[in-house]
Design a protein. Structure first.
Length: 271
């Protein structure tokens, strides 16, 4: 009922999962990941307990293949399960039980595991693998995962149709305010074109929940500070920092207003 990719970034700093399905809120069931530990997708007749169990095995030093073996050994329903795992070092493992509904299968390579069931055919996972490998190796993992998911969808995807999709990427201190490892955690729970909607949300995620790079920062001079304060008040805010908080741009403006992201500067000037 699902197709997914689990992967580690080429630089060894990020782990993630992208998944789509004719299933309500697939992101609530399939993906799990922890930075510096690994990632997993559990699907078909999904055993959601696999997520915590697999990450615990990986955290204890098990490789992806060892963690997968342990999961399956302890589960009488293993032939109905489908699983993909990537460990801290990028080693990958995938499993498709013999009772999974056709078409079902998967493939692995350095740093990734791709799997799907009830698909239009093997061309879905083949397209996902090709898109992942053809994507920019040094690019953000979330972009590579989304490219693979969109390719699988374009190749036929779930034979029953579309409904939901999700994208989860973890990296040390990548979350809101740098206080957790969630770089991306987006879910499209019920939508006629979930992969396209997921791509739209990823762009918003970058704007609101991603910290500015150094090359995106504009130093706030005395003259610019006066401009920002005046523009914020004209927009109905008490002052510039109040405007930042109201508009949820905290990740793209310095706490002391010593710099502002150039995109946010343009937004304020156009408001």
């Amino acid at each position: 009922m699902t197709f997914s990719i689990v992967a580690r970034s080429a630089d060894g700093e990020s782990w993630g999962v992208a998944v789509a399905s004719k299933f309500l809120a697939v992101g609530s069931a399939v993906p799990a990941a922890v930075a510096q530990v690994g990632a997993i997708a559990t699907q078909a007749d999904a055993n959601v307990a696999y997520k915590g169990m697999a990450l615990a095995h990986l955290d204890e030093g098990a490789t992806a293949s060892v963690a997968l073996t342990r999961l399956l050994e302890e589960d009488d329903g293993r032939e109905h399960r489908q699983v993909g795992i990537v460990d801290v070092d990028g080693a990958a493992a995938t499993h498709t039980g013999s009772e999974c509904l056709d078409w079902a299968g998967g493939r692995t390579g350095a740093g990734y595991a791709i799997q799907g069931n009830i698909l239009t055919g093997p061309e879905v996972v083949a397209a996902m693998e090709r898109a992942f490998l053809d994507s920019e190796v040094d690019g953000p993992l979330e972009d590579r995962l989304l490219a693979a998911l969109e390719a699988g969808d374009a190749a036929g995807g779930d034979s029953r149709g579309r409904q939901s999709a999700a994208l989860l990427v973890v990296r040390d201190q990548a979350g809101y305010g740098g206080n957790d490892d969630i770089a991306v955690d987006l879910r499209v729970d019920d939508h006629p074109d979930p992969c396209h909607e997921l791509a739209r949300l990823l762009e918003l995620n970058r704007l609101y929940l991603t910290a500015s790079r150094d090359d995106e920062k504009v130093e706030v001079t005395t003259e610019l500070r006066d401009e920002l304060e005046a523009a914020a008040r004209a927009a109905g805010s008490r002052d510039f920092l109040a405007w930042v908080g109201t508009e949820n741009y905290e990740m793209r403006v310095a706490a002391d207003a010593s710099w502002i992201d150039r995109r946010i500067l343009a937004i304020l000037r156009d408001s």
